[in-house]
Design a protein around this ligand. Structure first.
Ligand code: FES
Length: 173
């Protein structure tokens, strides 16, 4: 019986061919993965480099609304801007940073008690942000307020610390 023997040179060539194609395939695969990784890194870098607008949120200018939409004696919270817009009984505006001056917990406005209250260690502040009950050592910080075209605008990029409330901190239209 005659055994058919594979031609070693043909077999080697076939083997070489399959190895080559596997090598090429792997190369292409790694190339594609590399390109994808580059795209991802490049995309992330572009996103990172893109200037981020903070308008309307904490760290930027927040347009609170028209002057007339805030009645005298009102307190309105702006969670995205992290402040409370206070309109005093005299009609002046003040933006109080919601961060407690003790250890930085966010304070809440309690309308029925007419006070800001810190749930962490029970400090409380009056409507102007003055300390009523320690351990908070000083009044709530504020942000500059400006009135432009009858709109109340708060600059949350510049916190202002203060010991107590003073009348000249109020901004009038
Ligand atoms: S953090 Fe507000 S009372 Fe301590």
């Amino acid at each position: 019986m005659k055994h058919q023997q594979a031609n070693p040179s043909t077999s080697d060539k076939n083997h070489e061919g399959s190895q080559l194609s596997r090598r090429n395939f792997l190369k292409m695969g790694f190339g594609a993965l590399g390109a994808l990784a580059l795209l991802e890194v490049g995309g992330a870098s572009l996103l990172f480099m893109k200037p981020r607008s903070l308008e309307g949120e904490f760290g930027g200018l927040v347009t609170a609304g028209p002057v007339d939409s805030f009645p005298s004696g009102s307190v309105v919270e702006f969670p995205d801007g992290r402040f409370f817009l206070v309109r005093s009984s005299e009609g002046g505006f003040l933006a109080a940073y919601r961060r407690c001056t003790h250890l930085g917990c966010p304070v809440n406005w309690e309308a029925e008690q007419n006070r800001f209250f810190c749930p962490c260690h029970a400090s409380s502040f009056d409507q102007h942000g003055d300390v009523e009950n320690p351990p908070a050592p000083r009044a709530l910080d504020t942000f500059p307020v400006q009135i432009k075209d009858e709109q109340v605008i708060v600059d949350t990029s510049r916190g202002q610390s203060r010991e107590t409330f003073r009348q000249e901190q109020l901004v009038f239209a």
